[in-house]
Design a protein around this ligand. Structure first.
Ligand code: NAP
Length: 384
């Protein structure tokens, strides 16, 4: 009689139904049967009285107790190239993994019109490359949850990710890959001409301006380095900076002064970006005295800072002066078991290939970390 009830499909665990994990019935008696998650192998009771089951589960959810279906080896937050690469490597390392992404997978990469520097692809649309990353990750069965992560709380045994829907997921390790966005000037014509002459990435788009005049805006290391890069491609580079002194380091300033193709316009701001209908044709520059003049350029590269998405960085994680998370060579932050990858991590270059590399490194390191934490070591940095 008992075994008949146990195999009744209505006994399937609601939590596992929700997260797609099938359960098997391990034992059965009059009040409670023990279900075993076929994926993680964990056992938990199922109360046969509908009312009691509802009440007990509500209590469990309120107390945020770890359970088979809300607990993972690793939770990846962010579905850009770093997060999706981490997903591929995490599943290849047989970790129980979930990726949380509130928008479309691919992140910034998906809105990039032409990517010419991702090895193996001479020219690929960013959306298509994102789809390829996604398909690859899904081929290993990566579980993707379209939801917003609102907080990450480090813990002794498990770290927690709080979701906008009120639920909490737990994991032995977290791979944080939320990306960031380039700061904008906020002038007329900027958004309208994005991808049609306005760019925030010289490495990505510089090639389209071969032999053409361009402007670079900004006075930091990025602006000056990118101006030097563009001087090898464009016919001339107007470097426009709002102050007389550059913020960038001395050596790069010296190189700028030695490059004849770069013309510095200091103490000036861009007030308008003008299009001829096909793309950028000129910009309006206002000098320190307030006089405006039109400058013929076909591209404008804006480097006025980058804003990494820091809101999920847990308190206590060490940061650089510029506001990026400091990690070790395994992409692990100063909080054991919390890995930070992609544009939020302090590093030399923000590129798709670098984010993908971060994803690989962090997942391999997280796999080792999870083993350590399961064995009772809270500090998986010992595994380095
Ligand atoms: P950054 O150092 O913050 O420089 C941003 C530049 O944009 C500043 O010159 C700033 O002017 C200007 N700016 C900001 N808002 C503006 C606006 N609305 N209109 C016009 N100009 C505006 O940013 P970054 O160059 O991207 O560098 C970020 C960090 O990465 C820095 O710590 C940098 O040293 C580091 N980095 C290092 C390297 C390297 O070591 N090779 C390479 C790249 C970046 P003000 O100067 O007047 O504030």
């Amino acid at each position: 009689m008992g075994s008949k009830r146990a195999s009744d499909t209505r006994l399937a665990c609601r939590r596992c139904d929700q997260c797609g994990i099938r359960t098997g019935v391990k034992s059965d008696d009059d009040d409670v049967c023990v279900l075993q998650c076929s994926l993680c192998g964990k056992e938990y009771p199922f109360y046969k009285s509908q009312r009691e089951d509802r009440q007990l589960r509500a209590m469990e959810e309120k107390s945020d107790m770890p359970s088979a279906c809300n607990t993972y080896d690793t939770i990846i937050v962010g579905g850009g190239p770093g997060g999706l690469s981490a997903g591929i490597y995490a599943l290849r390392a047989a970790m129980k993994t979930i990726l949380i992404e509130k928008g479309a997978p691919g992140g910034q990469m998906a809105i990039n019109k032409g990517i010419e520097n991702y090895p193996g692809f001479i020219d690929i649309n960013g959306f298509e490359l994102s789809e390829r990353f996604l398909k690859h990750a899904k081929s290993y069965g990566l579980e993707i949850l379209q939801e917003e992560a609102i907080a990450i709380e480090p813990g002794i045994e498990f770290h927690s990710v709080r979701l906008a829907n009120g639920k909490t997921l737990k994991a032995y390790s977290i791979i944080l890959s939320p990306g960031g966005i380039s700061r904008t000037l906020g002038v007329p014509g900027e958004i309208e001409n994005l991808g049609r002459g306005v760019s925030y990435c010289a490495t990505c788009d510089g090639f389209f301006f071969t032999g053409k005049p361009v402007a670079v805006v900004g006075g930091g290391d990025t602006a000056l380095e990118e101006a030097l890069y563009l001087s090898k491609i464009a016919s001339e580079v107007h470097l426009i900076h709002r102050r007389k002194e550059f913020r960038a380091g001395r050596i790069v300033q010296q190189r700028i002064n030695m490059e004849p193709k770069i013309k510095v316009i200091s103490n000036a701001v861009v007030t308008n970006i003008i299009s001829d209908g096909n793309g950028v044709s000129s910009i309006v520059v206002k000098n320190g005295e307030g006089a405006e003049s039109e400058l013929h350029v076909e591209g404008i590269f804006i480097f006025v800072g980058f804003a990494p998405n820091r809101k999920l960085v847990p308190a206590g994680a060490k940061m650089s002066e510029g506001g990026f998370v400091l990690t070790d060579e395994r992409c692990e932050s100063s909080i054991p078991g919390i890995f930070v990858i992609g544009d939020l991590r302090q590093k030399y270059a923000n590129q798709i290939v670098v984010a993908a590399s971060d994803g690989c490194i962090s997942a391999l390191a997280a796999a080792r970390c999870v083993e350590m934490r399961k064995a009772g070591f809270t500090n998986c940095k010992l595994a380095a």
